[in-house]
Design a protein around this ligand. Structure first.
Ligand SMILES: Cc1cc2nc3c(=O)[nH]c(=O)nc-3n(C[C@H](O)[C@H](O)[C@H](O)COP(=O)(O)O)c2cc1C
Ligand SMILES: CC(C)CC(=O)C(=O)O
Length: 393
């Protein structure tokens, strides 16, 4: 880790500070890949700003000397209602990649999820890091891969699966188009200058591949022909003919905790549970797919209302503060999941940076609970949150 990194991380007071550090650490096309969203990035912005439409209503004089944040997710005990969302291509952001993220999650007792398009083999991750973990599934045109993932996850001891259903085609990420982002990056004068200006990113990149989709590359060698955009990769490989029958098939084949990730409505949430899922991740992929989709936080109360108490309802997207998590829980979520917040930390300082991101969010969450006069996340109720405007929720 470059000298002074720890000091810079310690001085980061919030996720926005870590984002600034990540922006400095990464070549622009790589930062934009993390930070950006689809089309006009309306949904990306809305995911976070929607939290400001809710007020927290505190209780006072409730003796908050002991605060409890523990809960369970995908059937596993976790220390707090925050999980790490799956993110592809993690090695692009730091050479320690998924192992750094999973180690920091395990240190905090939080659930980690590994993407199908991660850059670490699922067996290697499971062998190296204890702690609750979930594998995220993209269904490829080569359907044999899906059955293979299920068998490999069972053998490696993954605790759950998340099936992503919001990516039949790639969202239109214009920052990536403008930057000409490709895998591996094309060497143009502009990209060479950007990489040269960020030696702490570029030198490890020269020593090893940062662009290997480690869990699928034995079957899918699409990148071998040379640089390819993510749009072309997804267009060529992902199966767009998915339907609810595939959820039924996966639930039966896996037989364990399964969340459908990327749905937005109470009706679809009910269908997911009807097909055998044990939970849902209410998500628009962090504003990277359908621009114009509503913010997950605005859908939580309806989804919980439709599902009743049992299933996991995870609010995914836009969370930047511990208080956001508290609002989601009061509206009915079991937990929240975060993507960019930990990736900013990773880019800023590897495992220590992810640790910093998680520490900040958990401290904020505990402080918010104490200030709201609630001693246990399980005791958060609808009356602790109020729509600021005249919103139907
Ligand atoms: C760089 C990046 C890569 C992602 N890769 C995946 C992925 O491989 N599979 C997936 O289901 N979601 C992926 N996502 C979406 C996240 O799982 C999550 O839904 C999103 O980041 C939540 O929004 P947030 O970043 O505001 O927390 C990715 C998000 C980012 C930022
Ligand atoms: C490798 C990508 C398909 C990962 C992803 O889902 C994303 O960039 O949002």
């Amino acid at each position: 880790m470059p000298l002074g990194t720890n000091r810079r991380l310690d001085r980061a007071n919030n996720i926005a500070d870590l984002r600034r550090l990540a922006r400095r650490a990464l070549p622009r096309p790589i930062f934009d890949y993390i930070d950006g969203g689809a089309d006009d990035e309306w949904t990306l912005a809305r995911n976070s700003t929607a939290f400001t439409d809710y007020e927290l209503i505190p209780d006072v004089l409730t003796d908050v000397s002991a605060i409890r944040t523990a809960t369970s997710l995908f059937g596993q005990p976790v220390s707090a209602p925050v999980m790490l969302a799956p993110t592809g291509l993690t090695r692009m952001f730091h050479p320690e990649a998924e192992l750094a993220v999973a180690r920091a999650a395990a240190k905090h007792g939080l659930l980690y999820s590994l993407s199908t398009l991660g850059t670490t083999r699922l067996e290697d991750l499971a062998a190296a890091v204890g702690g609750p973990k979930v594998f995220q599934i993209y269904i490829f045109k080569d359907r044999g891969l899906t059955a293979e993932f299920v068998a490999r996850c069972k053998a490696a001891g993954f605790h759950g699966l998340a099936l992503t259903v919001d990516t039949p085609v790639a969202g239109n990420r214009e920052r990536d188009r403008v930057n000409g982002l490709s895998l591996p990056p094309k060497l143009t004068w502009k990209s060479i200058l950007s990489f040269a200006a960020h030696p702490s990113w570029s030198l490890p990149a020269l020593r090893g591949s940062r662009f290997d989709f480690a869990n699928v590359s034995h079957k899918v060698d699409a990148l071998a022909a040379g640089p390819m955009s993510l749009f072309d990769y997804i267009g060529g490989q992902f199966d767009r003919s998915l339907t609810w029958r595939d959820v039924e098939w996966l639930a039966a084949e896996w037989g364990g905790p399964l969340a459908v990730k990327g749905l937005m409505t109470a009706e679809d949430a009910k269908r997911a549970i009807g097909c055998g899922a044990t939970g849902v991740m209410v998500s628009n992929h962090g504003g990277r797919q359908l621009d114009g989709a509503p913010a997950p936080i605005d859908q939580i109360a309806a989804v919980r209302g439709a599902l009743g108490d049992g299933p996991d309802v995870i609010c995914d997207g836009g969370i930047r503060r511990g208080s956001d998590v508290i609002k989601a829980l009061a509206l009915g979520a079991t937990a929240c999941s975060i993507g960019r917040p930990y990736l900013y930390g990773l880019a800023a300082g590897g495992e220590a940076g992810v640790d910093r991101a998680l520490t900040l969010l958990i401290e904020e969450l505990e402080r918010t609970l104490a200030l709201a006069g609630v001693i246990d996340v399980a005791k958060l109720e609808r009356r602790h949150v109020r729509a600021r405007r005249n919103m139907a929720y």
